[in-house]
Design a protein around this ligand. Sequence first.
Ligand SMILES: O=C(O)CCC(=O)C(=O)O
Length: 291
Amino acid sequence: MADEKLFPKVDTLLALGADLAGTHKASRSAAVSKVDPAALEADMRALERDGYVIIESLLDAEEIAEIKGALQPLLGHKGRNVFEGHRTQRLYAVPEKTRATDRLIEHPRILALLDRIFLPNYLLSQCQAINIMPGEEAQYLHADDGFYRVPRPRPPLGAATVWAIDDFTEENGATVVVPGSHVWPDGRMPGEGDRKVKAVMPAGSVVFYPGTLWHGGGENRSGASRLAVTCQYCEPWLRTQENYFLSLSKRTVEAVSEDMRRMFGYSIYPPFMGMVNGMHPKRILEEGDPS
Ligand SMILES: O=C(O)CCC(=O)C(=O)O
C-alpha cells in the first residue's frame, strides 16, 4: 500500500468537507475502472519509493502520429528565458488548439494515479507541448509545486506527466529526474553527488511524478528535436498555472468529456469553492445564469 503520509487517503480527506452540491456531486473518473488494479498498485509503489514512474508504450504508432501531426504546425516561437529554454518551442493552452492530446490529459492510467493522490475534482493546472531543439542546454532542476508556499516535506500539491511524442534518448533531452527528491525538506537542492536519471523511453510512453520531485528538461546533444506534451494537475482547492476560464472557449469546454470539463474547473471543491452566482458552474454552462 502507498505511504499515507506521502499520499494521504482521499476518502479520509474527503470526509473533512461535506459535499453540499445537489445536482453535480464531486466525482471520480469513470475511466479508472479500466485500469488493472495490480498495475496501479505497482505505479503507486514506484512513486512512493522513487518519486516517479515511467509507464511505457501507452500510445500506438497511429496515435503518436496523430498527436505529432496536430502539434507540429502549431509550434512557433522559442522560449523567452532560461527556464522556457531559448532553443525550446513551447505551445501553451494546448486543449484550446487541438483535440488530439485529450487522450493524454485524461488517460485512465494517469487519472487512476491522480484519483489516489488528490481529492476528487482535482484540476488540470497546465497543458503544454515542449519541443527541445538541437543544441538546447539542460533546464535547471526544479520542483513543479514549489511555488505553493507550503513547507516540505509534505504530500504533493501538484503532479505532472511528460509524454514522449518522440523517443526520449540519452542524447536528445529526455526529462531528468532526481530519484527520491520528492521527500526532501525545504532548502535541500540537488547537488553534484545526487543521482540523476534520464527518463529514456520510447515514443508513446509517459513519466509521471508528484510536484515535489526535482527534475528538468535534459540537454539536447542530438541532431533532432524532442517533442513532448506535459500535463500538470493540482488539488481542487489551489490556483492553477493556466487560467482555463480565459484560455478555453465555451466551444472547447462543451466539446470535451465530463472528466476534462471537471478538470478545467467546471466543478466544485466541496462545499462551494468555484461556485458561480451561488450555483455549480456546470449549471451555468447547461442552463445559463438566471440572474
Ligand atoms: O521538457 C521536459 O522534459 C520537462 C520540462 C519541465 O520540467 C518544465 O518546463 O517545467
